[in-house]
Design a protein around this ligand. Structure first.
Ligand code: S3P
Ligand code: PEP
Length: 407
């Protein structure tokens, strides 16, 4: 369904409550399946986390995780160690184009039994769970950190733990650190020095451990953009957030200062305030925070300023080719953007065309990143409910702060 967002001005002060991080939730759900004593609070209500939870509970042979990349990668590792169980792990058409060979080969070298059912290197996979006998593996680290997190999450259940050697430049490092921090919180010992990660095995965790998931910083990014595009004095309070987050996307706090947006933390709430109008070009390497690239590019477009974003090599293999999608949609609105396969350069612009239908390519972040432009002009978001992949109540929350949205 398409949604029309009329040019709106939001309330001067508003409050939004966002549910738990999808990344933290998906890690904790897998750890909970391995260690049932674990209780999780403020779990993500995203489709991806619900699919992850369901996949971990089902007894079906065929498990379809739709568009959920993190779930696909984490479950490949999880089912590899479920002795005696055989599953077929599949997903959407796009999932069948998202590479998984690096992870499959690493698991196979640890002893896993995994076959490709269609194209080599891509889902669907047939996995026969077994005990993995090896504990050392090297893998290429510049394609997706999800492969590394997947291995780390099952490492505690390998007889001798795991020693992982990362080859090449390591991408999306904060997500690897998030995995290690969550392991640490349940009492697992690990180390990460230079390019080597080690994880010690454990058989169980301390009884009745409860972990509370911090709310999702990638979801918060859309409010940073909204505040940046609003008049000076606009405030939005978001909960529940803390200023020492495990999520790399919390770097938003520093990045949006560039647009005159300040963040103040108080009692699990972060309040974003548009303090001043700064219109300076922006240059940023987003290798550590790829999921906020679309938000930032669209903020710059909304403000009419130029930006140079680098470190975007992983964007081509996400829900869609996000570099091409950004270029196509920003150009429809009258912008001018050059892309390579790992960077983008947005040129300064003067206006935003009215009532342009924005295609979303089955990518939640395309829909959410473009929505804040309604503060500047009318805009149409196609297949708008794609947002449920990570943030099902996104449109209701925008209406609650003053957006005028109709079908
Ligand atoms: O581990 C995770 O939870 C994620 C890692 C990142 O992927 P890459 O490491 O493939 O960049 C990120 O884009 C994704 O949304 C979530
Ligand atoms: C890339 C993303 O998710 P995944 O890789 O888990 O599909 C995302 O949420 O932006």
């Amino acid at each position: 369904m398409n949604l029309t967002l009329q040019k709106s001005t939001i309330q001067k002060q508003s409050v939004v409550n966002i549910t738990g991080s999808k990344s933290e939730s998906n890690r904790l759900l897998l750890l909970q399946a391995l260690f049932p004593n674990l209780t999780i609070e403020n779990i993500s209500n995203s489709d991806d986390s619900q699919l992850m939870a369901k996949a971990l509970k089902t007894e079906s042979v065929v498990i379809d995780i739709h568009h959920a990349g993190t779930a696909m990668r984490f479950l490949t590792a999880y089912f590899s160690i479920q002795e005696g169980r055989e599953v077929i792990l599949t997903g959407s058409d796009r999932m069948k184009e998202r590479p998984i060979k690096i992870l499959v080969e690493a698991l196979q070298s640890l002893g896993a039994h995994i076959e490709y059912l269609e194209n080599e290197g891509f889902p669907p996979l047939k996995i026969k769970g077994k005990k993995l006998s090896n504990n050392k593996v090297s893998l290429q680290a510049n394609v997706s950190s999800q492969y590394i997190s997947a291995l780390l999450l099952i490492a505690t259940k390998l007889e001798n733990g795991l020693k992982l050697t990362l080859e090449g430049e390591i991408t999306s490092v904060p997500y690897i650190n998030m995995t290690l921090s969550l392991l640490d919180e349940i009492g697992v010992e690990s180390s990460f020095n230079d390019n080597v990660i080690t994880v010690k095995p454990i058989s169980d965790i301390q009884s009745n451990k409860t972990l509370t998931v911090e709310s999702d910083w990638s979801s918060a990014s859309y409010y940073y953009s909204i505040v940046a595009l609003s008049p000076v004095g606009t405030e939005i309070a978001l909960s529940s957030y803390k200023n020492n987050s495990l999520q790399g996307d919390s770097v938003l706090v520093d990045i949006y200062e560039h647009f005159g947006v300040t963040s103040t933390f108080n009692n699990n709430t972060v309040t974003l305030i548009k303090e001043s109008s700064i219109l300076q070009p922006l240059s940023l390497n987003l290798q550590n925070a790829p999921d906020i690239a679309q938000t930032i590019a669209v903020t710059c477009f909304g403000l009419g300023i130029s930006c140079n974003l680098t470190g975007l090599h992983t964007l081509k293999i996400k829900e869609t080719d996000r570099l091409v999608a950004l270029k196509t949609e920003i150009e429809k609105l009258g912008g001018n953007i050059d892309i390579t396969d790992k960077s983008l350069h947005l040129h300064e612009s003067k206006s935003i065309k009215k009532s342009v239908p924005i295609a979303t390519y089955n990518d939640h972040r395309m829909a959410m990143a473009f929505a804040p432009l309604a503060l500047k002009n009318d805009i149409i978001i196609e297949h708008a409910y794609v947002v449920s992949k990570s943030y099902p109540t996104f449109w209701d929350d925008l209406i609650s702060i003053g957006f005028e949205i109709t079908q």
